[in-house]
Design a protein. Sequence first.
Length: 157
Amino acid sequence: MLSNVTKDKDFARMMKNHLVDILAFLFDKNQNFGILCKIEDVSFNPELPAYMQESLSKLTLFFLAGYTFESAVVEEDYIVFEAGFGSENFGSVVSVPLVSIMQVIVDENPIFINLSELKLEELQHREETVEIDEKSVENSMNVFLSNPENEKFFKKD
């Protein structure tokens, strides 16, 4: 089932890593681009006036060119850039979680499509910690060492 893939944390990490590589390539080539992202996950500093915020659609395209492109940086799990909004060119620093970027577009052509459905918080909360049971490791090693067939794996001085 497709949702088994699109909701998988490993798939989301892979998509994010691929996106980071693509963004690094575009910055290296000094290539302007657009990002289509889920606006609900985007933050603005300072906050946009309510009428501007309400005018943004659920999927919003930000085009990174000129000063916006020059100000853009990838910081951990976000792309951050400065942009002007509305006729008054209201300035704000925009922070977009990488996992919320649905497409990267160059010259009206998508060059990256993110099929992952996870949000940043879900990806961070789904991190699994592996606890090593020291007793089990010791028992496993003892079983391995007690088998004479395994002597070939030991370095002989």
